[in-house]
Unconditional design. Structure first.
Length: 89
Protein backbone atom coordinates (compact mmCIF):
# COMPACT_ATOMS: atom_id res chain seq x y z
CA UNK A 1 0.00 0.00 0.00
CA UNK A 2 1.27 3.46 -0.91
CA UNK A 3 1.26 6.12 1.77
CA UNK A 4 0.04 9.62 0.98
CA UNK A 5 3.49 11.00 1.82
CA UNK A 6 5.12 8.72 -0.75
CA UNK A 7 3.36 10.32 -3.72
CA UNK A 8 4.61 13.93 -3.39
CA UNK A 9 8.12 12.62 -2.65
CA UNK A 10 8.01 10.44 -5.78
CA UNK A 11 6.82 13.40 -7.89
CA UNK A 12 9.80 15.45 -6.69
CA UNK A 13 12.18 12.51 -7.13
CA UNK A 14 11.11 11.90 -10.72
CA UNK A 15 11.26 15.61 -11.59
CA UNK A 16 14.74 15.72 -10.10
CA UNK A 17 15.82 13.08 -12.63
CA UNK A 18 14.77 15.33 -15.53
CA UNK A 19 16.29 18.49 -16.91
CA UNK A 20 15.00 21.59 -15.08
CA UNK A 21 12.68 22.41 -17.99
CA UNK A 22 11.57 18.76 -18.34
CA UNK A 23 8.28 17.23 -17.32
CA UNK A 24 6.77 13.96 -16.15
CA UNK A 25 3.45 12.27 -16.69
CA UNK A 26 1.41 11.47 -13.56
CA UNK A 27 1.24 7.86 -14.76
CA UNK A 28 5.04 7.64 -14.35
CA UNK A 29 4.56 8.41 -10.66
CA UNK A 30 1.80 5.83 -10.29
CA UNK A 31 3.79 3.18 -12.14
CA UNK A 32 6.86 3.84 -9.97
CA UNK A 33 4.80 3.36 -6.80
CA UNK A 34 2.60 0.44 -7.89
CA UNK A 35 3.33 -2.93 -6.40
CA UNK A 36 2.62 -4.61 -9.74
CA UNK A 37 2.30 -3.67 -13.38
CA UNK A 38 -1.50 -3.69 -13.33
CA UNK A 39 -1.91 -1.82 -10.04
CA UNK A 40 -0.88 1.67 -11.09
CA UNK A 41 -4.25 2.79 -12.46
CA UNK A 42 -5.93 2.83 -9.05
CA UNK A 43 -3.23 5.25 -7.84
CA UNK A 44 -3.96 7.87 -10.51
CA UNK A 45 -6.59 9.85 -8.52
CA UNK A 46 -4.19 10.06 -5.56
CA UNK A 47 -1.33 11.15 -7.84
CA UNK A 48 -3.48 13.88 -9.38
CA UNK A 49 -4.57 15.03 -5.91
CA UNK A 50 -0.96 15.20 -4.75
CA UNK A 51 0.02 17.09 -7.92
CA UNK A 52 -2.78 19.59 -7.31
CA UNK A 53 -1.60 20.12 -3.73
CA UNK A 54 1.99 20.66 -4.91
CA UNK A 55 0.76 23.06 -7.59
CA UNK A 56 -1.15 25.10 -5.00
CA UNK A 57 2.14 25.32 -3.09
CA UNK A 58 3.90 26.39 -6.36
CA UNK A 59 6.26 23.40 -6.12
CA UNK A 60 5.05 22.08 -9.47
CA UNK A 61 3.27 23.46 -12.50
CA UNK A 62 0.61 21.44 -14.25
CA UNK A 63 0.37 21.78 -18.00
CA UNK A 64 -1.70 20.55 -20.92
CA UNK A 65 0.33 21.11 -24.03
CA UNK A 66 2.02 24.49 -23.64
CA UNK A 67 -0.73 25.85 -21.38
CA UNK A 68 -0.54 25.91 -17.59
CA UNK A 69 -3.80 24.68 -16.07
CA UNK A 70 -5.57 25.40 -12.81
CA UNK A 71 -4.78 22.64 -10.29
CA UNK A 72 -8.49 22.38 -9.50
CA UNK A 73 -9.27 21.59 -13.15
CA UNK A 74 -6.90 18.69 -13.81
CA UNK A 75 -9.36 15.84 -13.77
CA UNK A 76 -9.99 15.90 -17.53
CA UNK A 77 -7.45 15.11 -20.19
CA UNK A 78 -3.73 14.41 -20.18
CA UNK A 79 -1.48 16.55 -18.02
CA UNK A 80 2.24 16.95 -17.41
CA UNK A 81 4.03 17.98 -14.22
CA UNK A 82 6.89 20.46 -14.29
CA UNK A 83 9.00 22.20 -11.66
CA UNK A 84 7.33 25.25 -10.17
CA UNK A 85 8.83 28.43 -8.78
CA UNK A 86 8.96 26.97 -5.24
CA UNK A 87 10.37 23.60 -6.35
CA UNK A 88 12.11 22.16 -3.27
CA UNK A 89 15.53 21.39 -4.80
Amino acid sequence: MVGRMDIPAKIVELLEQRAPEGSICPSEVARALASNAAGWRHLMPQVRDAAATLAHQHCVRITQGDREVDPDEIYRGPIRLRRGRAYPR
